[in-house]
Ligand binder design. Structure first.
Ligand SMILES: Nc1ncnc2c1ncn2[C@@H]1O[C@H](COP(=O)(O)OP(=O)(O)O)[C@@H](O)[C@H]1O
Ligand SMILES: O=P(O)(O)O[C@H]1O[C@H](CO)[C@@H](O[C@H]2O[C@H](CO)[C@@H](O)[C@H](O)[C@H]2O)[C@H](O)[C@H]1O
Length: 462
């Protein structure tokens, strides 16, 4: 590989540290290149690569997917996506951009999926391979219109989503580029494709995905998903923002929450029918109790305010683990108001089945308790109420109570069983979620910590 000045080793760590998707907030990345991919620009002008980078600065090494483009002159409008201005030994001045923001880089990625092309190593150190796959079956988007332009979605995201707009009235496409790479199937791809294949319109129509091979953090070759493309539903705010406004204004959210409960139960019914299930035998109870307890330990280590609550946390989790459970099945896994859209004329659409980003991927692909999702959404109504109360200094407790009850009865009417019939299990799952959230907030948004802490205390009955 020809040298560039300044070198990648010099400019990448500082740039990676500033990215929203960088998981090691506050630390300086210790990056090492494990491999890469080279895409072709049909016009032969822009260099398009993806780098697989290992970061060893945190407690456990993390592998990132970092798409980059190289240009011989700056591209107007792309100033914020400039990674570095370098000097290439043979080619002269080079502008290095974040490949997701560069329209040529973005097009190459989507084109690989749509044309089911194979992309191979970029010839630099390490290996890499990627293959595009179109979504199959009745629910898939077909045909996919030619994209006219692309832009990266802003906002609080763990991954990077690129929106491709076409000429009206053709549908737009969103392609999510997974940033932290995990070996194995990504549930976002598998679960949404299974739902759509069953004719379910509660998820966006899938377009296709990019499967890849790269060296894992320990150097072992692994495979998994690199990106997932689906129908984009334009002009719809996610329900978090809608709920926040409603909570602040004291506007009733019950009928929407009721419909969301029903949609959630319908998703669960389809997943139980179409993907593997598992009997909730003694081993399953043990495993989940162990995972709840491990999470509780992490939370107590990282969140000093939880000191002194260990015993009561253990009691609530154990009561949930000892209660009878329904069979285990695939679930959403990180269900909250930011993951659902109330689409005019269509109703609720559910996004992002990737599960909790802080949980190992293999665990997230296992059959789980459907009530985990119910607990997640109940917590989210509390989040919206507490957040609205912080901003407007009003009490939104009644708003949250009504939304929570309406969600539960909508769920019960469709599923045939009221979640409150499993009260001990639901309480343990709400506590487990609040503990997860406390860790998430300490690591990502410390100002938000009081919200899940309040949830923990309530779940403990304090
Ligand atoms: N198909 C879609 N249509 C419209 N908006 C979407 C779609 N997919 C994602 N979004 C928007 O992007 C946000 C982040 O997407 P998400 O899949 O949750 O990414 P992440 O896993 O990085 O959190 C969502 O909250 C939603 O606002
Ligand atoms: O990035 P993801 O959407 O997959 O999820 C992570 O980030 C969420 C925050 O953006 C976090 O959700 C928590 O905050 C939400 C408000 O911003 C709230 O609606 C959720 O109820 C609360 O859990 C989520 O836990 C985390 O995994």
């Amino acid at each position: 590989m020809t040298t560039v000045t300044p070198s990648f080793e010099e400019f990448l760590p500082e740039w990676v540290a500033r990215q929203r998707w960088y998981a090691g907030k506050g630390s300086t990345p210790q990056l090492e290149r494990l491999g890469g991919l080279r895409y072709e620009d049909p016009d032969g002008e822009v260099g398009i690569e993806t780098w697989f980078l290992r970061d060893t600065s945190g407690p456990a090494p993390v592998v990132y997917q970092v798409p980059l483009t190289y240009r011989g002159s700056p591209l107007q409008g792309l100033e914020k996506a400039l990674v570095a201005r370098t000097e290439h030994a043979e080619l002269g001045a080079r502008w290095v951009y974040d490949g997701c923001h560069d329209p040529v880089g973005a097009r190459a990625l989507l084109g690989t999926v749509l044309d089911e092309r194979t992309v191979t190593s970029d010839g630099g150190a390490g290996t890499g391979r990627a293959v595009g796959h179109r979504a199959q079956g009745g629910g898939a988007m077909s045909p996919v219109p030619q994209p006219r332009s692309s832009r990266v979605l802003g906002g609080e995201q763990s991954n990077t989503s690129i929106v491709f707009e076409s000429d009206d009235p053709d549908p737009a496409v969103i392609c999510k580029v997974f940033r932290v790479l995990h070996a194995g199937e990504n549930p976002d791809v598998v679960v949404q494709q299974a739902l759509a294949a069953a004719g379910c319109t509660l998820v966006p129509a899938p377009v296709g995905h990019l499967a890849g091979e790269w060296p894992d953090a320990d150097g072992t070759p692994v495979s998994g998903h690199l990106a997932f493309a689906q129908e984009f539903l334009p002009g719809v705010e996610d329900a978090w923002r809608v709920a926040l406004r409603a909570a602040a204004a004291g506007q009733d959210f019950s009928s929407r929450a009721h419909a969301l409960g029903a949609a959630t139960a319908e998703i669960h019914q389809i997943l139980a029918r179409t993907l593997p299930v598992r009997a909730a035998d003694a081993a399953a109870h043990e495993e989940l109790l162990e995972s709840w307890s491990a999470r509780a330990r992490t939370a107590q280590e990282e969140v000093p305010q939880l000191a002194g609550h260990g015993e009561r946390i253990h009691e609530v989790l154990t009561a949930g683990a000892r209660a009878p459970w329904p069979q285990l099945q695939r679930v959403h896994g990180d269900y909250h108001l930011g993951q659902v859209l109330d689409v005019p004329g269509r109703g609720w659409v559910i996004l992002d089945f990737e599960g909790e980003p802080m949980r190992p991927l293999a665990e997230r692909s296992e059959p789980d308790l459907a009530l985990r999702d119910v607990a997640g959404m109940l917590r989210s109504f509390d989040y919206a109420a507490s957040s609205a109360a912080q901003e407007a200094s009003t009490s939104a407790a009644a708003w949250a109570r009504d939304a929570r009850e309406a969600f539960l009865s909508g769920y019960a009417e469709t599923s045939g069983r009221h979640p409150r019939e499993d009260a001990a299990l639901l309480a343990a799952l709400e506590l487990d979620k609040a503990l997860y959230e406390a860790v998430y907030e300490v690591r990502n948004r410390p100002d938000w910590l009081p919200i899940p802490l309040q949830g923990v205390l309530r779940a403990l009955g304090d």
